[in-house]
Unconditional design. Structure first.
Length: 190
């Protein structure tokens, strides 16, 4: 097996997984509006909009008002204005993921990035992908708990684990034949 040196040089990759972070400045007076829009994303009973992108292991938007500085460092390092941080851990390459994000979540991307300085209007499609790539902060060292396991594979294993756990609870009440049948049906054939 040959070592992929390209992956070692790219701090945004770990196995097949990638990390992405964009730091985008928020327009003056829009911080509270953006916070309200972000809170509205999670207000429903359903999952996060990012769950609609099957390659998302993890993702979040965070409003960062300023850096927290340590007085021993000799001086404050300020950002000048609040910024929106979007970060995610995904399956595969960043470019195609951002294209999927901007296509599949267009209503959400328009709602979120309309509050950011120099974001395209409307904040969607190829223009938004370019904007996010322009504001990308490379990861110095990215670690993925499952570098060679896709979101789909993780979900399959979790379903199999839940089925095995349920079978273990029921096992004392089953005959050997019932236990074997359920094992093969629920776990063995997955």
């Amino acid at each position: 097996m040959l070592l992929d040196l390209t992956a070692l040089r790219d701090g945004n990759r770990c196995g097949q997984a990638s990390a992405f972070m964009a730091l985008t400045p928020i327009k003056a007076g829009h911080e509270d509006l953006l916070r309200a829009d972000l809170e509205a994303l999670g207000a429903g009973d359903g999952p996060s909009p990012l769950a609609r992108l099957p390659r998302t292991h993890f993702g979040r938007w965070v409003v960062c008002e300023d850096f927290v500085t340590d007085p021993s460092q000799g001086g404050a390092d300020t950002m000048g204005c609040p910024h929106l941080i979007f970060t995610c851990c995904i399956d595969g390459d960043i470019q195609s993921y951002l294209e999927e994000l901007c296509a599949e979540l267009a209503p959400e991307t328009r709602m979120i990035w309309r509050h950011c300085i120099n974001a395209p209007d409307p904040a969607e499609g190829a223009d938004l992908v370019r904007y996010l790539r322009h504001n990308q902060i490379d990861t110095g060292l990215f670690y993925s708990a499952y570098p060679n396991t896709t979101v789909g594979e993780v979900r399959r294993v979790l379903r199999q684990q839940a089925a095995l756990r349920a079978l273990a609870v029921d096992a004392p009440m089953l005959t050997a034949e019932e236990l074997q049948r359920r094992f093969l049906a629920e776990v063995g054939g997955s």
